[in-house]
Design a protein around this ligand. Structure first.
Ligand code: SAM
Length: 312
């Protein structure tokens, strides 16, 4: 009988020679579009229901009317459940610019979360994703409801902002939770950055004299969610549109949007914010964006970004 000796793995070398920063030097996004191609994708997208509009009604009722599997990405930043009006002086804002009518939650936060989160899987495409924003106070109720919905949590991202409400006997909160959820393993993910970490440091932006309700997210934050999980021409839904930040981020990145908002007085604010940006204004082909790690690695190997392959 022939005896086969087990191979001594310790004597074998690595299959591929280790080259420092090779992956960074050779980085390519999964998919990429020139500005003109992205614009064409945007123009040729066809939808059953009217898009690029905000419906000033309760999202709980309106989402029930959307067709099954019709949405690529959901961006949802629900009310905090903290009797917040956005005018609180502790937020150190000039409240002449803060609109009235921010709709808070009365009653049980988990019941409210169930009323909208449980609707998401039906309207999401199999390739789709949902991004839910939450402070830590009601995170538990949101996570419980996600569990019940059957959506899968892919990443629990922390958005860190260099701003917080002054406190005397506790730490200043300067982060937010961003939950990246999908419906199936077929979800679309475009790795548009070489090494995307799950802590995002993005400043809150305040333009002088801009009208808003007091809870505006930065466009950069929403554009990041949109660009990693959709293509130009995709449909982005925001059930709690607020200042129209998702609409602005979608328009700025060649995506279509649909939104709901109960506070009718935000209509003029959203119109103004949308009027301030041009279609595709934020869009830069992903391969052309500056990435320090990638640039340094390419310099190290003297690589041209167009032909970023190293013969090993
Ligand atoms: C936290 S804010 C969203 C802010 C938004 N992300 C932005 O950047 O401007 C939540 C918004 O949801 C709205 N809202 C509350 N309940 C709603 C409901 N049932 N349907 C639609 N909008 C609702 C509030 O009036 C408020 O404008």
């Amino acid at each position: 009988m022939r005896v086969v000796k087990p191979k001594d793995r310790s004597k074998r070398g690595r299959k591929n020679r280790y080259i420092p920063n090779l992956a960074a030097a050779q980085f390519k996004p999964t998919e990429d579009w020139s500005v003109e191609k992205a614009r064409r994708e945007y123009q040729k997208a066809v939808f059953n229901k009217g898009v690029d509009r905000i419906v000033f009604r309760d999202c709980v009722k309106e989402m029930g009317k959307l067709p099954e599997e019709s949405v690529d990405v959901i961006i949802a930043d629900p009310p905090f459940g903290l009797s917040f009006t956005g005018k609180e002086s502790m937020y150190n804002r000039d409240d002449r610019f803060v609109r009235d009518g921010y709709q808070e939650i009365e009653g049980d936060y988990e019941e409210f979360s169930r009323s909208w989160i449980l609707q998401l899987p039906r309207i999401m495409k199999d390739t789709g994703s949902a991004w839910i924003f939450s402070g830590w106070t009601h995170l538990r109720e949101i996570l419980n409801t996600i569990n019940e919905s059957g959506l899968m949590l892919v990443n629990h991202i922390i958005w860190k902002y260099p701003f917080g409400v002054f406190t005397r006997r506790k730490f200043v909160t300067s982060h937010y939770h961003v939950l990246f959820l999908v419906k199936s393993s077929k979800y679309y993910f475009n790795r548009i950055a070489h090494y995307p970490l799950d802590i995002w440091e993005i400043n809150r932006t305040y333009r002088r004299g801009e009208m808003k309700n007091g809870t505006k997210l930065p466009e950069e934050l929403i554009a990041r969610c949109i660009e990693f999980t959709s293509r130009p021409g995709s449909l982005i839904l925001d059930p709690f549109m607020g200042n129209g930040t998702t609409a602005v981020a979608a328009k700025g990145t060649f995506r279509h949007y649909l939104g709901f908002e109960v506070n009718k007085s935000m209509d003029a604010v959203i119109e103004t914010n949308l009027g301030l940006i041009k279609l595709g204004e934020f869009y830069v082909p992903y391969g052309d964006r500056s990435d320090e790690l990638v640039t340094r690695a390419r310099q190290r190997y003297g690589l041209d970004p167009e032909k970023s392959r190293i013969e090993v």
